[in-house]
Design a protein. Structure first.
Length: 94
């Protein structure tokens, strides 16, 4: 079976990336109570690995939440990104 060559110098075709399960980490301010708001923001999406709290930063300033979601299109990926980033206290979505 021949392997497919991927050209990383250009954006991937949507059909090569979606549908797929994508893993995320949301980094929030430690003092922010974001868990309930994150769950609400993720409700419209197909979350396949539920929201789980990760380790806090070594300085205790940030908390991390992990989750995985099955996304069918780039537009849904962008919508999830916007929904999570709109939660007050979220600093970064990886």
């Amino acid at each position: 079976m021949a392997s497919k060559t991927i050209d990383f110098s250009r954006p991937a075709d949507e059909k090569d990336v979606y549908p797929a399960v994508h893993n995320f980490r949301a980094i929030a301010e430690a003092e922010a109570d974001v868990e309930a708001a994150l769950l609400a923001a993720l409700a419209p999406f197909e979350v396949v690995a539920p929201l789980a709290r990760g380790r806090s930063s070594s300085g205790g300033k940030y908390q991390v939440f992990h989750f995985s979601a099955r996304l069918d299109t780039r537009n849904r990926h962008h919508a999830l990104d916007a929904a999570v980033k709109a939660v007050p206290g979220i600093r970064i979505l990886l």
